[in-house]
Design a protein around this ligand. Structure first.
Ligand code: MN
Length: 229
């Protein structure tokens, strides 16, 4: 097979303490997965069977220490701190009780959103794609292997902007737990190694500006530092 032009190299995530990288396949994001954030959106929490799932392009990944170029067509770039789950095995219709066996590792990430575009899409019943699809929209820190740290189900998650606390929560308050998320995603389509999932943000995401320094922390998993340029 001869490509007509060169394929883009895959976006990658680096692994903590290991020279290897993870090629990123799909990026899923789960919405309204903390009750305190769901309440502030005015939309309520995700219900038992209705998934609040959207997709972001894999080429939106940004690494620790990099600068996110402020995207076009927005005046409200919001940052949502989230635990990121990395899938390490192919599977479909995975039972919840087995779902953690499909998880390769964890990282802390930022789900960056052009909020004004999102609100416009909601008002006009358009798809959300463009609000989450831009260069640098998915900063992700180094991945910690589940084989080393286990499967974190409790721990502080925190975002500081320019040294000031912006968001603080605990992953124990996730409505859909990691196992629920992987099981449910796999019912819609097979999951594959390199699929990653942003699991939702706690209360208080808000806008960032050019020059801001964002510091993310997830207890037991790690850090992520980026700037807006
Ligand atoms: Mn989000």
């Amino acid at each position: 097979m001869t490509f007509s032009f060169s394929a883009s190299p895959p976006a990658v995530l680096s692994i903590h303490g290991n020279g290897n990288v993870i090629p990123v396949r799909r990026i899923y994001t789960i919405g309204r997965n903390y009750a305190d954030h769901a309440a502030e959106t005015g939309l309520g929490a995700i219900s038992g069977s209705v998934p609040g799932i959207s997709l972001k392009p894999s080429d939106s990944v940004l690494s620790d220490g990099q600068t996110l170029p402020y995207p076009s067509k927005t005046e409200q770039l919001d940052a949502e701190i989230e635990m990121v789950v990395v899938v390490g095995r192919q599977g479909r219709n995975i039972p919840t009780k087995d779902a953690l066996d499909y998880v390769f590792g964890y990282a802390v990430g930022l789900d960056m959103i052009r909020r004004d575009i999102m609100q416009d899409c909601i008002a006009n019943e358009h798809s959300w794609d463009l609000c989450k699809s831009f260069r640098g929209a998915s900063p992700v820190g180094q991945v910690r292997l589940a084989s080393e740290i286990g499967h974190p189900d409790t721990g502080e998650i925190r975002l500081q902007v320019n040294g000031v606390a912006r968001q603080q929560g605990d992953i124990a308050k996730l409505i859909w737990k990691t196992s629920d998320i992987v099981a449910r995603l796999s019912a819609y389509d097979a999951v594959y190694p390199g699929d990653i999932v942003f699991t939702g943000t706690p209360k208080g995401p808000g806008p960032v500006s050019i020059g801001d320094k964002l510091e993310c922390y997830l207890e037991g998993v790690g850090n992520l530092n980026i700037s807006i340029g």
